[in-house]
Design a protein around this ligand. Structure first.
Ligand code: ARG
Length: 568
């Protein structure tokens, strides 16, 4: 692969015998100030290992580094500053993007490996809210990052379709709703009665007993209870799937929590056999005291199983079914302890693959500083959010370009893109206080900015009359690159592979969204300062540079799950 850092690090390895090229690659930096070189190696860290002063190291490397991609290098106060050879950049880096087009950024480094990604996992009969949106878009992007590196990906939606809430829902339905109302209003009605249940149960605690009874009937496969549960699930799924359709997301498996109902028994038995289960006041637990954690509850004193029981069972099932190399769980950091506990239980069961279970946490979403909670009714429905976003974009389109074709669909692509992008633009671990204004801000470092820039590049290529098939390096000469804006843009494009590697290593989609902003800024600077279609002998070079931008942004948008808007 023709990555700048990789090529240089491999070359430097020849002079720095004691260090591997990967270590050198990690140490290489892109200085913010071009006077310090296009690339720099701070030699301070190497000084200990090599037992030489940083200045001496930089001096000797400056002398020995001799490779096509490097124009010149100099040693300055312990830094090795490297200037790239611009001809090489055109002949190799630009060529690399142009040859691969929408394949650029993909490789098969992990071909033959399988990753299961457990994400989204909304709860049935509860609203698909903005907290689940985070799991959905982060998980989806993590999946695509793996695809770009050749993994076989299994996307799993571990639906929250089992638990005591179904007892409550049955009681609520029987008291305050009707078949007709649920059929008409869908999830909204289910949420309404769920919220009402909690309000009423405050006053009349016998409702909780009734709910427990109904859940226990459900567990014992009572016909009426099962029929209602299945119906609620069906109603919910219709709404949930609408959301996935808007986001263009699909799953390989919808095996939710209830899927494991008949699979837990053998696992509980196995835990017993392995002497891990302890009776504690009638409940069955695995003690994790030795590991400074509260015990993992496996079976309640009333005999019912728990979220953790189902997760342990699901992990074993997935290992047997998919033989994964990694299994990733994307949920809020609020569930950190839950995952630590049951990962430990799997380890104690003697499964060496426990080390391949990875929890990817993300920050909480609050609303006006308050926690989102279905029971209290402090929720934002995704549906409303998407509608509002589309409406606001449509208003802008109607003002600026009322004759645009297919404008409703485009307004939705951009409006939803704005929301998804804003979700993915900060480190996932950061908490978000949701605000309509920030999410739907179309200026600055936002989704619409990236989608508009993509459309701008597409428009240049349309005007040039070149389709993807006709884009090639024929006739391009390295001296066609004549200014720094082009060079900076090309250098930025060359970073795409590094960014994907980084994003995959940290399981951090924001690496890609931030990078896309860099690409857009570099392209827009170039676009605003130089003619493309009216250029003379370097016209084709500039068109190709624009095409390269189109491929990189296009692939970046794909990774973070935004639509490629060819025309806006
Ligand atoms: N339904 C759960 C929730 O909303 C998330 C499930 C995550 N996946 C899992 N295997 N535990 O909190």
């Amino acid at each position: 692969m023709k990555d700048i850092k990789r090529i240089i690090a491999k070359q430097l390895e020849k002079s720095i015998e004691k260090l591997e090229w990967t270590v050198i690659m990690d140490a290489l930096e892109y200085p913010p100030n071009p006077e310090m070189g296009d690339l720099a190696l701070p030699c301070f860290k190497l000084s200990k290992v090599l037992r030489k002063s940083p200045v001496m190291i930089a001096d000797s490397l400056a002398e020995s580094l001799n490779v096509d991609i490097v124009e010149r290098c100099e040693s300055k106060s312990g830094y090795l500053n490297i200037l790239l050879n611009r001809k090489y950049m055109v002949n190799n880096i630009l060529k690399g993007v142009i040859d691969k087009k929408y394949e650029f950024g993909k490789n098969d480094e992990f071909a033959g490996k399988t990753v299961c990604i457990d994400y989204s996992a909304p709860n049935i009969a509860k609203p698909f809210h903005i907290g689940h949106l985070r799991s959905t878009v982060i998980g989806h992007s993590i999946r695509r990052l793996h695809e770009f590196r050749g993994y076989k990906c299994v996307g799993i939606n571990h639906l929250g379709d089992w638990g005591t809430q179904f007892g409550k829902l049955i009681v609520a339905y029987k008291n305050w709703s009707s078949r007709q109302l649920v059929e008409e209003k869908g999830t909204e009605e289910l949420v309404r009665i769920y919220v009402k249940f909690h309000a009423e149960a405050e006053k009349d605690s016998s409702l909780n007993d009734q709910a427990r009874k109904w859940f226990s009937k459900l567990e014992k496969k009572d016909e009426e209870a099962v029929a209602l549960w299945e119906w609620f699930k069906q109603i919910s799924l219709i709404d949930i799937e609408k959301t996935y359709k808007v986001l263009d997301i699909s799953f390989d498996s919808y095996a939710g929590e209830s899927f494991y109902n008949d699979k837990m028994e053998p696992v509980i038995e196995e835990l017993k056999q392995k002497n891990l289960l302890i009776n504690s006041d009638g409940a069955m637990i695995v003690s994790l005291e030795e590991y400074n954690m509260p015990p993992c509850l496996i079976v309640k004193s009333d005999g019912s199983t728990l979220y953790a029981t189902r997760d342990i069972t699901a992990a074993i099932y997935r290992k047997n079914t998919y033989d994964f190399d990694k299994c990733i769980y994307v949920t809020a950091t609020a569930q950190d302890l839950h995952f630590k506990q049951w990962f430990k239980v799997v380890e104690l069961m003697g499964y060496e693959w426990a080390k391949d279970l990875i929890h990817v946490g993300f920050g909480m979403v609050s609303l006006g500083g308050a926690k989102l909670a279905t029971r209290e009714g402090n929720i934002i429905y995704l549906d409303d959010l998407f509608k509002e976003a589309s409406k606001r974009v449509l208003a802008i389109i109607n003002e600026k370009n009322p004759d645009m074709e297919d404008k409703e669909q485009k307004a939705q692509d951009i409006g939803v893109g704005a929301i998804v992008f804003s979700d993915l633009s900060n480190n996932r671990i950061k908490d978000i206080d949701f605000s309509w204004e920030d999410s739907l801000n179309f200026d600055g470092s936002t989704g619409p900015y990236v989608q508009y820039t993509y459309a701008r590049a597409c428009s240049v290529l349309r005007k040039a009359g070149l389709s993807d098939d006709e884009i090639n390096m024929d006739g391009i000469k390295s001296n066609h690159m004549t200014n720094d804006d082009e060079f900076v843009l090309l250098k930025t494009l060359s970073l795409f592979n590094e960014k994907i590697d980084q994003a995959l290593k940290d399981l951090e989609p924001s690496c890609i969204s931030r990078y896309l902003i860099d690409v857009c800024m570099a392209f827009n600077k170039f676009y605003n300062c130089h003619t493309i279609l009216n250029a003379q002998e370097n016209k084709k070079f500039r068109i190709l540079l624009t095409a390269a931008v189109k491929y990189v942004i296009g692939n970046g948008l794909y990774i973070i799950g935004l639509k490629r808007t060819e025309r806006v």
